[in-house]
Design a protein. Structure first.
Length: 112
């Protein structure tokens, strides 16, 4: 049976939640960093999540791709914006980012 992207996102949430419980002294400050870095500021949260999504592709982190794509979509990112972010990731990451960009596009279809 193939795992859907929705199931993968739920699994990521569970794993991260378990890690928060296991290491709260490390993860609570990290959570504050994430909130400070990803919230609206000079750049809106959607743009920041698209940036994190593109970086996730370039560094080849499959769970990060799903996590940040889901966040970008929740902040209103359009299909065209996601595809442009994939394009930037490919520019920065070269050939391996083409492969992970394909995975990211598949995730977009699975999470939309």
């Amino acid at each position: 049976m193939t795992t859907t992207y929705q199931e993968n996102a739920t699994s990521i949430d569970k794993r991260v939640g378990a890690l928060f419980k296991a290491a709260p002294s490390v993860l609570m400050p990290y959570s504050q960093l994430v909130k400070a870095a990803s919230g609206d500021g000079a750049l809106e949260a959607k743009t920041k999540e698209l940036m994190a999504f593109a970086i996730s592709i370039a560094i080849r982190c499959e769970d990060c791709i799903v996590f940040h794509l889901r966040a970008a979509l929740k902040h209103g990112a359009s299909r065209d914006e996601v595809i442009e972010a994939i394009s930037v990731a490919i520019e920065m990451g070269g050939g391996p980012s083409v492969v992970y960009g394909g995975r990211a596009l598949e995730a977009l279809e699975g999470l939309s």
